[in-house]
Design a protein around this ligand. Structure first.
Ligand code: PGI
Length: 446
């Protein structure tokens, strides 16, 4: 019966734009996701985060759910434009008050706050001046981070500078499926560089302000397997591993972008200016932990696709989630082992893992999401193997506490341990809520 260490942290995760609503209340400035979701055609089901779970007004009820769940920690993100409506300069006191109230309620409930500084909702005013392609946003982020370290100097357990710089860079600026909806590979490369620089400046500010707690960054990492053992499929998998994983892991832990990827991009006409020695040491300064978001693996082979010349495969014998993602629990073990051995992070937290299912209440209003219980169990067992083999993993956060606004898919994808009825905003605890409650209490997965 696998037990996790007594001090292992079990939590759940959310993000500001996905749950808060109150998109233009109490002095909050517009974010790029407000703009993106208000632009017809961008969100598959035509919904927006204008209300979402209305967490801004219902946070006390939601903290009560967290207390009932019994989690050790709760990961949430701070909405930058709620604090600085124009991105920098004027502070919106009511925005700051909201997060003071939230952290106060968490403290009362004995739950450790885990704060993500940036989970994609950039102030629109900064986007109007170039967004993450611009040095101004890099500097504004450092000011925003420093202000939060000063404002919450003692009450935060973990600080995460960025959530998934890969998604911000390539889904937001190359694939165009996320805000700001650009489709320009050169912009995506420039954005990835600026996100890393802004991360470095924030870590520096954290150390200078002598803020309590730990600081790190969260990456979405996916094992990449070749479709066959042909030379060209193996090379395609290596390219994809560089694109999805090593592009951020190498600069953060080795101070260099991966050489093979720089050469490949140059060959494709996208030369990235060299990082100066100072920039390399800024990006690669020591962090206290690496956050890993794990959901699925990728299986690839040689393809004619434009920049990467790869083709993605969906193994027919696997099961898939409501997002169309393969269910592959061993991938969590694989990625933790690989990162531990190749990059030797100080510490690792699994900052997201979860599954979207077409959850609906039955005739008695119950939601028996057994498939979510099976998904979480299999991934926790895979994680336990890595912990048992000595990998430095200190915690695990389920995505998500409750159903919420799933970016380009809107409100149609449900990841929560708690169901949200978007017409009444009623919260309904799913079967997985009670299952996870027992895991958190016993530190055991059976
Ligand atoms: O999709 C579920 C969650 C999002 O709701 C979180 O905000 C985000 O941090 C997050 N990342 C991933 C995996 C990476 C990914 C994101 C978007 C598209 C494809 C893969 C899954 N999720």
């Amino acid at each position: 019966m696998p037990y996790f260490p007594e001090d292992f942290i079990f939590g759940v995760a959310t993000a500001s734009y996905q749950i808060e609503g109150a998109w233009n209340e109490d002095g909050k400035g517009e974010s790029i996701w407000d703009r993106f979701a208000h632009t017809p055609g961008n969100i598959q089901d035509g919904t927006t985060g204008d209300v979402a779970c209305d967490h801004y007004h219902r946070f006390e009820e939601d903290v009560a759910l967290l207390k009932e769940l019994g989690v050790d920690a709760y990961r949430f993100s701070i909405s930058w434009p709620r604090i600085f409506p124009e991105g920098r300069g004027r502070v919106n006191e009511k925005g700051l008050d909201f997060y003071r109230s939230l952290t106060g309620k968490l403290q009362e409930a004995g739950i450790k706050p885990v704060v993500t500084l940036y989970h994609w909702d950039l102030p629109q005013k900064l986007q109007d001046k170039g967004g993450w392609e611009s040095q101004e946003t890099v500097e504004a982020f450092a000011e925003y981070a420093r202000f939060l370290f000063q404002s919450f100097a003692k009450e935060v357990f973990l600080w995460i500078t960025h959530n998934e710089p890969w998604v911000v860079s390539f889904v937001g600026h190359y694939e165009g499926r996320h805000a700001p909806g650009k489709r320009d590979f050169k912009s995506a490369l420039q954005v990835s560089r600026n996100l890393l620089l802004s991360h470095g400046l924030a870590v520096q500010a954290f150390r200078e302000e002598k803020t309590l707690g730990s600081i790190g960054i969260t990456l979405n990492l996916t094992p990449v397997h070749p479709f066959s053992d042909s030379e060209e499929d193996i090379l395609a998998a290596k390219r994809c591993d560089g694109y999805f994983n090593r592009w951020f892991l190498d600069p953060l832990f080795k101070g260099e972008f991966p050489e093979d990827m720089l050469l490949w991009y140059e060959k494709k006409g996208f030369a990235l200016p060299q990082l100066s020695e100072e920039e390399k040491s800024l990006i690669a300064q020591p962090i206290d932990f690496l956050g890993i978001n794990y959901y699925f693996r990728r299986v690839v082979g040689k393809g004619e696709g434009a920049i990467f010349e790869v083709e993605f495969f969906n193994p027919p014998q696997s099961e898939y989630t409501d997002m169309g993602w393969e269910i592959y629990p061993e991938g969590l073990y694989e990625i933790v082992k690989r990162v531990s051995e190749e990059y030797q992070p100080e510490d690792i937290y699994i900052t997201e893992n979860g599954i979207a299912l077409p959850d609906q209440p039955d005739s008695k209003g119950r939601i028996n999401d057994q498939k979510r219980i099976d998904y979480l169990r299999s991934h926790l067992l895979a994680l336990h193997r890595a912990v048992d083999e000595g990998c430095p993993v200190s915690g695990y956060f389920v995505w998500s506490l409750m159903d919420n606004f799933e970016w380009g898919f809107g409100l149609s994808k449900r990841f929560g341990l708690v169901y949200v009825d978007y017409t009444t905003l009623q919260r309904i605890k799913k079967a997985s809520f009670y299952w996870y409650q027992k895991v958190v209490k016993s530190k055991r997965v059976d």
